[in-house]
Write a protein that binds this ligand. Structure first.
Ligand code: UT7
Length: 356
């Protein structure tokens, strides 16, 4: 039976380390608050005006390609997951193709906008293409450059202390080897709560046309204009409406419910149980969430990899960065049962179970 395996993995985190203490000089926060509520001690910020989401993705990709033992021209499909793309359009898929110098135009490039679950969704998409025989070497990247778009005043502190920059990448290939490859994947969504964790400006909603948005908020659109309202207005910039919004407690409650549920789903589908897991790689949203999930599933510290203290929440990049790190540290070995799981904006959530 044909399955998909991770043939190579790479990560890239920028050199610039930003500590909790540093953020405390910009806004009313403290190392104590951030550590206690999130587990984060520091995060990395990309080099402004030099690095972008696509260039960081390319750096991780080069490592993954080399470790897979293939040439970049062997890549026949690119999937790029991010919420912080270099451009509104085109997406980072084609930008990374160019950055890597892949000249082959027979390949496809797909962008995934699924925020924290982008990588887990991407691996499931790649798996389908590989098992169908359509593609042989799929490059999947999760990369994020949050630092350009956060509110560094006290008003934005609940969000800005959480996020960090970085990238992770894998090369997926077909395998018929016994005891290797993706066993099961499960994806979920619930659009009911789309605005609970969102960045709605700029966008085409026009404010008052959208019944799901808070009423009577001025986005600077004019009802009288038949033409000419652009999707970004001076009001949005003045009012800080172009920064992300999160109803933290609500998201937290949903996350701790959905993570264990979806992990159990992929385990059940593969006829496994939590004790069979060698390594759980949870999306690094909050250490307290990961600890809750670990406890709920009865997993030991040896069965879970967390690195949020070093990198914060890197959204689509968090799962591949953590997976790569766990592998580099020898915590993931050939044949190990590895579970990847994520929950985030949308809401969307999902998990993948694989033998490394
Ligand atoms: O990756 C996608 C999924 N994301 C998540 O899963 C994130 C889920 N949510 C969370 O991780 C947590 O809700 C947060 C870390 C975002 C917030 O932690 P919390 O324990 O839920 O705190 P809170 O939002 O209820 O805020 C508690 C207090 C508030 O002050 P008052 O109203 O009690 O006076 C906040 O204003 O903490 C205040 N606060 C801060 N204080 C210092 C909020 N942010 C900060 C801050 N520094 N950075």
């Amino acid at each position: 039976m044909i399955k998909s395996k991770i043939a190579g993995i790479g990560k890239y985190v920028p050199e610039h380390v930003v500590s909790n203490e540093k953020l405390s000089t910009l806004m009313d926060t403290s190392d104590e608050w951030i550590t206690e509520r999130t587990g984060i001690k520091e995060r990395r910020y990309a080099e402004r005006y030099e690095e972008t989401t696509a260039t960081m993705g390319a750096k991780a990709a080069r490592i993954a390609i080399e470790r897979a033992g293939i040439d970049k021209e062997d890549i026949d499909f690119i999937i790029f997951a991010t919420l912080s793309a270099d451009y509104y359009f085109p997406g980072c898929g084609v930008l990374v193709q160019r950055e890597l110098g892949i000249t082959n135009t027979e390949i496809g490039a797909l962008d995934i906008r699924n925020q924290c679950t982008g990588f887990v969704y991407g691996i499931s998409v790649a798996d389908q293409f590989i098992r169908s025989g359509m593609y042989k070497n799929i490059l999947l990247i999760g990369a994020e450059m949050h630092s350009m778009g956060l509110n560094y005043s006290t008003e934005g502190r609940d969000i800005s202390v959480i996020f960090g920059d970085g990238a992770g990448a894998v090369v997926l290939q077909a395998t018929e080897e016994e005891g290797r490859g993706i066993l099961s994947s499960k994806l979920h969504s619930d659009g009911t709560y789309a605005e609970k964790l969102a960045l709605i400006c700029p966008g085409s909603h026009g404010g008052y046309h959208n019944k799901y948005l808070e009423e009577n908020v001025d986005y600077g659109f004019s009802k009288e204009n038949e033409f000419g309202d652009v999707f970004v207005t001076p009001t949005m910039l003045e009012k800080g409406q172009t920064f992300p919004y999160m109803e933290g407690k609500f998201v937290f409650k949903m996350a701790v419910q959905k993570f264990p549920e979806v992990i159990m789903e992929v385990l059940t589908e593969a006829n496994k149980q939590p004790s069979d897991i060698n390594m759980l790689i949870p999306h690094q949203a909050n250490l307290r969430i990961s600890q809750f999930v670990q406890k709920k599933l009865g997993l030991s510290d040896d069965q879970v990899h967390n690195n949020i203290h070093k990198y914060g929440n890197t959204t689509a990049a968090s799962v591949p960065i953590a997976l790569c790190e766990a592998w580099e540290e020898g915590r993931v070995k050939e044949g190990d049962l590895v579970c990847l799981a994520a929950f985030g904006s949308g809401f969307t959530w999902g998990a993948t179970l694989l033998n490394w």
